[in-house]
Ligand binder design. Sequence first.
Ligand code: GTP
Ligand code: MG
Length: 214
Amino acid sequence: MDFAPSEFKPEQIEEAGRLFHKKCDFMLGVAKLEQLPDADLPEVAFSGRSNVGKSSIINALFYQKKLAKTSNTPGRTQQLNYFKLDDRLYLVDLPGYGFAKAPESMVKNWQRLIMAYLQGRVNLKRVFLLIDSRHGIKKVDSDIMEMLDKAAVTYQIVLTKIDKISEKELDSVLKKTADDVKKHAAAYPKILATSSEKNLGLEDLRAEINSLVF
Ligand code: GTP
Ligand code: MG
């Protein structure tokens, strides 16, 4: 599938590839704001609805090393899972939102934690907001986007699971998403289209992340 030419130079793609071959370890799971590690490194977070593919994309970025737990059951990730890459960057796998099956009190607790984290984390360089390419941006996603606009946290839309749709469908969801993104002050204009399963669009995502590391 050849949808959008990369805006990165080959050497930038290569440098980013090297970064993701460096040592990356699970650091800790955060269930309460007080447990957040010191904001001593730049940080990126992966957010999105339950089951959209957040944990899968983190694994795929690291060339399939099984760092993050993935699951068919929505709501698998229940804490903010911190990974430290090469002592240079934190990557955070967030619990998904919009998941109705867990007990309501539990969902409320996660939502509160995620919101407080997203609004208050000073070293958070960018949020990658994952959207299932089959569904596009839903109301729950727009709500998060509005909240991030208000908090002035930069976020970038990453379409996931593009192996499940045709090129024509991808074209259409990209156009629609681009129109939507224009209405949001804190949204990064470039949209990434990815498949963790088929390794599509990951080089550009690595390059985006690499550009945020000092
Ligand atoms: P929560 O932690 O519950 O919020 O989910 P998550 O967003 O971390 O999703 P996860 O990575 O666990 O993936 C959910 C399901 O989608 C799993 O069954 C994955 O195998 C599947 N999946 C993830 N990425 C892709 C992809 O690129 N293509 C296809 N076909 N399936 C994918
Ligand atoms: Mg997960």
